[in-house]
Design a protein around this ligand. Structure first.
Ligand code: FDA
Length: 539
């Protein structure tokens, strides 16, 4: 079965691209290809999904051009396989490269151009580029331009930007999607569309609604942002005994409201000190300005942190990106490390997310710390909002959580391969998430789409697809879910682009017999009737 799928896929790809089969065979990997395993593993970023029992794709395709992408879509459609799209492979729950149904992977890692236009202050960035390559590409051309996106340099553009794009300049500049000018994608008919050709609805949808429900994103044209020649970073820790509860409590009133040049992330982690279990709170910060200014600002606004100038380091914006990637000697680090794709993928991990709308009372912070000590491993990251991100309307892009005080990331990593440990750590994440219920957003409880979490619901794409999709879809997209579903229904009515948490199509409202043996399913999308044909075997 799989070898016939391979043969017909290869034949079709060769015809569509007008390239000999021997040539296209170089970008199509079946399980018998000696490079299959290394191609598959090159972009698996969570060791939980890199085991012998992890489901494996029947075929991996690694396009070298847009026409390869179009052909791969068209040639996969007649075959009954789930079509997974992978750019950087950083999906926290592995949705870009695993499936419990037979599947293909379209791996875009070869499409990685970054083209920066300094005069225009714009860049075209391809889906298969990493954020490190984007930052490096900008740095090569200008020391006073930057781009607001995530802090991990190996994250891929394709998933990260299509899903929102959150980083340490969010308070000053908003999300990555707030800087989109144009986009290119391949739709379900294999057509390559730019913004004009796809129309504003679809452009809106792939500006935060995730690419994977709508088509294959090839890249985005983005507006770059001005950054000062000198920025400041610092990292300050506090244990419970030194007043961490008060500091974290007060941080909630400062982090999301202070000068928007300042981003102070809060890491909260259970630790053992002198054989006593406690909690460590660490503020990791970027200030788009000089050290003296941030020290005097925080002396007034957050004296509980006791920030000293000695804890601060001034550097360029690009060096700060290296520093945020845990390169302690960022000012001495070779910028080329951001081009490195050889990664240590040995870590196992799980993430979940929440949003906080009103400050958690001091007693709540204390009870949270005690719960974390009891659980022992799971940590939290509080990421402040406010500033620019909150000035943009909640429906301007699919990302709805703009008026929240801060986002919580639940985070647990481990090195040992042990099903028992894994079960325990996954459970800790669930228990802490449940413990936080009273402190976080409600109706719906929010979650960040880019922090993929299958615990909040998955879609089997059967009869209940819409209902299943509503569960996680409203948590990720709030009221924007309805518009996303209408767009999905209009552009991909047969739901070719799907994964465990993709957007569903609208439920069928009426079935009418059109001619013997054929029925037409009617559904509504954006006020216009959308028709999807299906053959009925029994009438
Ligand atoms: P991957 O290739 O796994 O794809 C993720 C999803 O997008 C999948 O559903 C996939 O099908 C779809 N997709 C990928 N490419 C596509 C394309 N070209 N067209 C259509 N669909 C496509 N987030 C954040 O906002 N800020 C941050 O700082 C970080 N930091 C961070 C660090 C680390 C170590 C990890 C593992 C993750 C993050 N993230 C993050 C989360 C990250 O933004 C999220 O996992 C992105 O979806 C990753 O994009 P990739 O292309 O790497 O993932």
């Amino acid at each position: 079965m799989s070898s016939s799928a391979y043969d017909s896929f290869l034949k079709c790809l060769s015809e569509k691209t007008k390239t000999p089969q021997s040539q296209v065979a170089k970008i199509v990997f079946s399980k018998t290809n000696p490079s299959y395993t290394s191609v598959l593993r090159a972009y698996i970023r969570n060791a939980r999904f890199n085991t012998s029992s992890t489901p494996k794709p029947t075929i991996i395709v690694t396009p070298l051009s847009e026409s390869h992408v179009s052909a791969a879509v068209l040639c996969s459609k007649p075959l009954d396989y789930v079509f997974k799209i992978r750019s950087g492979g950083h999906d926290y729950d592995g949705l870009s490269y695993i499936s419990d149904k037979p599947f293909f992977i379209l791996d875009l890692s070869n499409l990685r151009d970054v083209s920066v236009d300094v005069a225009d202050q714009t860049a075209w960035i391809s889906a298969g580029a990493t954020l490190g390559e984007v930052y490096h590409g900008i740095w090569e051309k200008s020391k006073v331009l930057g781009f607001p996106a995530g802090v991990c340099p190996t994250v891929g553009v394709g998933g990260h930007l299509s899903g929102g794009g959150y980083g340490n300049m969010i308070r000053k500049f908003g999300l990555s999607v707030d800087h989109f000018i144009d986009a290119k994608m391949v739709d379900v008919n294999g057509a390559v569309l730019d913004r004009k050709a796809m129309g504003e609805d679809l452009f809106w949808a792939i500006s935060g609604g995730g690419g994977g429900s709508f088509g294959v994103v090839l890249g985005y044209k983005v507006k770059l942002v001005p950054v000062p020649a000198t920025v400041t970073v610092f990292r300050v820790e506090q244990l419970m005994a030194a007043g961490a509860v008060d500091m974290v409590h007060k941080w909630q009133f400062v982090g999301p409201k202070t000068d928007r040049n300042l981003f102070m992330r809060m890491l909260i982690q259970p630790v053992t000190r002198n054989k006593v279990k406690t909690v460590r709170a660490t503020v990791v910060a970027l200030f788009l300005g000089k050290a003296d200014d941030v020290v005097s600002l925080l002396a007034k606004e957050l004296p509980e942190l006791a920030l000293k100038k000695e804890s601060c380091t001034e550097m360029t914006w690009f060096q700060s990106a290296l520093w945020w990637d845990n390169r302690v000697n960022a000012t001495q680090t070779d910028p080329k490390v951001f081009l490195d794709r050889e990664l240590d993928s040995s870590s196992f991990g799980k993430r979940k997310s929440d949003y906080v709308e009103t400050e958690i009372p001091r007693k709540g912070i204390e009870s949270l710390f005690n719960k974390m000590i009891e659980l022992g491993k799971i940590g939290l990251v509080f990421n402040p909002y406010g500033g620019r991100v909150a000035e943009i309307a909640e429906d301007a892009t699919p990302f709805p959580h703009r008026n929240m005080l801060f986002k919580i990331q639940y985070s647990v990593n481990w090195k040992e391969s042990s099903p028992e440990l894994e079960k325990g750590y996954l459970n800790q994440a669930k228990v802490l998430h449940s413990f936080m219920t009273g402190f976080v957003s409600k109706n719906p409880r929010g979650a960040y789409f880019n922090y993929r979490d299958v615990d909040i619901g998955v879609n089997d794409h059967g009869e209940d697809s819409y209902k299943e999709g509503e569960v996680y879809g409203r948590m990720y997209f709030g009221k924007n879910f309805d518009r996303l579903v209408k767009i999905k229904t209009a552009v991909d009515p047969d739901n070719f682009f799907r994964n465990e948490q993709s957007l569903p199509t609208l439920p069928t409202t009426k079935t009418v017999v059109a001619e013997p043996g054929t029925a037409k399913r009617w559904s509504r999308a954006g006020g216009a009737a959308v028709v999807a044909s299906m053959v009925l075997h029994v009438l």
